[in-house]
Design a protein. Structure first.
Length: 347
C-alpha cells in the first residue's frame, strides 16, 4: 500500500468519524417540501387530497463509502373533521460501517380557519425507530501503520460494543403552520424526548432535539393565461422560501427560489450559514428541475454542488429524486373543493 493510498484511507477514517458523530443528526433532503411529513407533521394532509410520495438521496457518491437515504409516505385529508392523517417510513445507511436508521411513524394534523383567507395547522407525529450497526469493517486510526502502509486488527476501540448492534426506541415530533393564499410560516420540533441512541449498555448518548422553521412567499402572475389546446388555466408563479434547522451543535439555513411555469419547475437553493464558527457550515448550491403534471404526478430531480472544503471533485455532490402522486379519494360532490391549500414549494 503506497503513501498516497494510506493518506486516502486516513481521510476516509476521519470522514467516517464525522459520519459517526453525525448519526446523532437527522438526514436532510434538498427537496424538503417533497418530503412534507418529514419536514413538519403539520403538513400531514396539506394537499387536501390523498397523497403518496417517495424520496431518495445519494450523498457523496464520489467517495468509496457514501450515504443513502430514502423516505416513503402516504397521507389523506378528512374534510368532515378538518384533519389529515399520515404514515411515513424513513431510512438511511452509511456503507462503511453498515450504520443504518429506520423509522415508521404515524402523523396527524388539524386545520383551523382563523379568517376568510388565513389558516393554521397543528400536527404531531409518533415514531418507532431502529438503529443497526456492524462494526467489524471499521478502520480506526490506531490500526494504521503509516510507515509500513499496513492495517492491523482492531485493538480496544470496540470494548463493550457488540460487533453487530441494534437499538430500538420511540420518538415524537410536533409542528405548526400558519398560511394564507400566498404566504406560509411554520415551525417544528423533532425528538422531543431526546432519546438515548447509544449502542453501549449503560452509556448515554442523547439524540438532540431538532428545531426548524420554514416559510416563504409566492408571487402568482398567471394573469388568466389559458392552455391553447385545453383552455385550462396555466399557473405562472415564483416563490421565495427558507428552511432553518438547529440540532445541537449544528445549525443550517436553506434559502432559495422556485419558478413554476406549468408544468415545468426550476429551482435554485443555497445551503449553509457562511459565518465564522468552530464548525464548517458552507455546504452547497442546489439546482432543481421538475415537472408537475395535471394528472397529479410530480417528479423532481436535484443535484447538490458541494462548496465546502470536502469539494465537489472529492465528494461527487449529491443526487436526489422525488416522486409524488396526489388524487381525490371518494365522491367529489361530498368534498369542499374550495378549501385552501398551502402555497408551499412543490419540491
Amino acid at each position: 500500500m503506497g503513501l498516497r493510498m494510506v493518506r486516502k484511507l486516513i481521510g476516509l477514517v476521519l470522514l467516517l468519524g464525522l459520519g459517526i458523530n453525525s448519526l446523532a443528526q437527522d438526514v436532510q433532503y434538498s427537496q424538503f417540501y417533497a418530503a412534507p411529513l418529514y419536514l413538519n407533521p403539520a403538513l400531514t394532509g396539506a394537499s387536501e387530497l390523498t397523497r403518496i410520495g417517495v424520496n431518495y438521496r445519494n450523498q457523496w457518491p464520489g467517495l468509496d463509502q457514501n450515504f443513502n437515504s430514502y423516505s416513503f409516505y402516504i397521507d389523506h385529508y378528512i374534510f368532515d373533521y378538518n384533519s389529515g392523517i399520515g404514515l411515513i417510513f424513513n431510512g438511511n445507511r452509511e456503507s462503511m460501517a453498515n450504520l443504518a436508521t429506520n423509522e415508521v411513524g404515524l402523523s396527524y394534523a388539524y386545520k383551523l380557519q382563523l379568517g376568510q383567507e388565513t389558516f393554521f395547522r397543528l400536527g404531531g407525529q409518533a415514531s418507532y425507530m431502529q438503529r443497526d450497526a456492524f462494526f467489524s469493517d471499521l478502520v480506526f486510526g490506531t490500526q494504521i501503520d503509516i510507515i509500513n502502509g499496513t492495517i492491523g486488527g482492531i485493538t480496544d476501540e470496540l470494548d463493550g460494543i457488540p460487533i453487530d448492534s441494534r437499538y430500538n426506541f420511540f420518538d415524537f415530533a410536533l409542528g405548526g403552520m400558519f398560511y394564507s393564499k400566498n404566504f406560509w410560516l411554520g415551525a417544528s420540533a423533532h425528538h422531543l424526548s431526546e432519546p438515548n441512541v447509544s449502542f453501549v449498555e449503560g452509556q448515554m448518548s442523547k439524540l438532540p432535539m431538532k428545531l426548524s422553521a420554514q416559510g416563504g412567499f409566492k408571487f402568482d402572475f398567471t394573469g388568466g393565461r389559458r392552455d391553447y389546446f385545453t383552455h385550462a388555466y396555466q399557473e405562472r408563479a415564483i416563490s421565495f422560501a427558507f428552511n432553518y434547522k438547529q440540532q445541537d451543535p449544528f445549525n443550517q439555513l436553506d434559502i432559495g427560489t422556485q419558478l413554476y411555469l406549468d408544468p415545468l419547475v426550476l429551482g435554485l437553493w443555497y445551503r449553509g450559514l457562511p459565518t465564522k464558527n468552530s464548525l464548517p457550515n458552507n455546504e452547497s448550491i442546489i439546482g432543481l428541475v421538475g415537472v408537475s403534471l395535471p394528472t397529479g404526478l410530480d417528479i423532481g430531480y436535484s443535484y447538490d454542488f458541494t462548496v465546502s472544503k470536502l469539494g465537489l471533485r472529492n465528494s461527487g455532490g449529491a443526487h436526489e429524486v422525488s416522486v409524488t402522486y396526489r388524487f381525490l379519494w371518494g365522491d367529489a360532490k361530498n368534498r369542499n373543493l374550495r378549501a385552501r391549500t398551502i402555497p408551499c414549494f412543490r419540491y
